[in-house]
Write a protein that binds this ligand. Structure first.
Ligand code: GDP
Length: 434
């Protein structure tokens, strides 16, 4: 997600790093590169133009912030404007009936399952229902998903989408649900009948939210369709699916400006937990290569036992990080889910990981190698000489090359953690690493 932008922003902004004073020409050069990056990432042309205009005006007219260097000041401006076009604040989901609209195949049904799972985990009472009477298979798919998530699915022997919607709402109210997630008909193309049906459902149930589910891989086309929906049933938010498969992510930067509604969630995989709350400021940090510290910390909190986390955090803050800790990290991370997604959130290493396919088997190997070392060696890997490497390789059923790789990875991890330390101690806004 956003790999292209991360790489390009890093490249163009890092050019400013060695300069103390910044000329207008340098600003223009950097902005020109950012412009190309935005357009290549499929950001809407007008959105990109307006964004650059604002950044340029602010950089050239505002007093450079007093406590930070001119370079950091530019990065800060880009960060703030990027946060703005991503939607500014994090958007909530209002309690009540939530209508999901969008075209077939965008991931609408899967997304309802994911949102149900998310809200249930937050402690809310959630029920789901489908009004897609023309596609019994889609209804069945949602029913199965609801069963897996562990939330009720409301089924009625009805052929009218509007009656299903109304009856579902009545039942949800009676059963004291916080949310009723209501699926609507999926079509391959927008048509008049579909729009009329949506309008009627909307008028009948007065939803608290109308969420448009869009496939990020469809790029600007997804926005065009969203606008058509928005004209008939005013949307209150967008969920972008398949962000895991879209390295460009331009749609995410265009939604707010183009339609005027925020992105509430992004889908990042096929599994029920592959849904992320969309935090504009964190995404902006991620795009600027500053890492998504908060999201990572939140994920980590879910798995690392409190006291272990405390010990690890203290060690990291003190700059002590040995192979024993790396082993713990690997085990924690393994229990948190797909590694490439997690590592992508780490500051500084997200962009480098672009072409690296994370192999979970490799981590088993790493585990075996570290376990073959003595306690002393894990504390101080520098003492591992050639003959010990041979023994460790033998003990773990690997090669000396593998052992060397683990040691190198350890050094890299240590470096990444060091940069994270810088960020964590830099107050509310991270210190920029260039
Ligand atoms: P619907 O016709 O809009 O209801 O679409 P489905 O929910 O049936 O999803 C269509 C396909 O997209 C399925 O294969 C899903 O697993 C897949 N899908 C949905 N969301 C995501 C996502 O965020 N990432 C990826 N990679 N696949 C997704």
């Amino acid at each position: 997600m956003f790999d292209l932008l991360i790489e390009r922003f890093n490249k163009s902004l890092s050019k400013l790093s060695s300069t103390r004073k910044i000329t207008e020409k340098q600003v223009n050069d950097v902005l020109r590169e950012i412009r190309t990056a935005l357009l290549e990432a499929d950001v809407d042309y007008d959105v990109a133009k307006a964004f650059l205009k604002r950044v340029r005006e602010r950089v050239l007219t505002e007093d450079l912030k007093k406590n930070i260097s001119p370079t950091d000041s530019i990065v800060l401006t880009v960060y703030e404007e990027l946060t703005n076009i991503l939607g500014g604040e994090k958007a909530d989901i209002k309690k009540g009936t939530v209508l999901f609209v969008g075209l077939q195949g965008t991931g609408k049904t899967t997304t309802i399952g994911k949102v149900a799972h998310f809200l249930k985990n937050q402690g809310f009472k959630v029920a789901v229902a489908s009004t897609d009477v023309r596609r019994p298979a889609a209804m069945l798919q949602l029913e199965k998903l609801a069963e897996r998530v562990g939330v009720p699915y409301y089924r009625f022997d009805e052929t009218s989408p509007v009656s299903i919607a109304v009856k579902s709402k009545e039942r949800a109210l009676k059963e004291g649900m916080d949310y009723l997630l209501l699926d609507t008909a999926g079509r391959l193309h927008v048509d008049e009948e579909l729009m009329q049906e949506l309008k009627q459902i909307k008028e009948a149930v007065k939803p608290s939210e109308v969420l448009y589910v869009a496939d990020a891989m469809q790029g600007q086309e997804a926005l065009r369709v969203a606008k058509v929906f928005h004209e008939t049933v005013p949307l209150t938010g967008v969920i972008l699916t398949k962000m895991d498969g879209d390295a460009r992510g331009g749609v995410a930067l265009s939604v707010k400006s183009a339609i005027g509604v925020p992105i509430k969630f992004v889908g990042v995989g096929e599994k029920i937990e592959d849904l992320e709350v969309f935090y504009p400021d964190r995404i902006a940090q991620r795009i600027l290569g500053l890492g998504d510290i908060q999201s990572l910390a939140e994920k980590a909190q879910q798995v690392i036992p409190e006291d272990e986390a405390q010990v690890l955090a203290t060690k990291i803050m003190r700059g002590e990080f040995d192979l024993e800790d790396m082993l713990k990290q690997i085990r924690f991370i393994k229990s948190m889910g797909p590694l490439d997604k997690l590592l992508g959130m780490l500051p500084g290493i997200g962009a480098q990981l672009k072409n690296v396919k994370i192999d979970e088997k490799k981590f088993k190997k790493t585990e075996a190698i570290i376990l073959s070392m003595t306690k002393e060696e894990r504390k101080n890997p520098k003492i591992i000489n050639m003959s010990r490497k041979v023994r460790i390789a033998k003990g773990s059923g690997t090669t000396v090359g593998d052992v060397n790789k683990v040691l190198k990875e350890y050094e890299e991890m240590k470096k990444a953690i060091k940069s994270m330390r810088g960020l964590l101690s830099g107050g509310s806004l991270p210190k920029f690493p260039f």
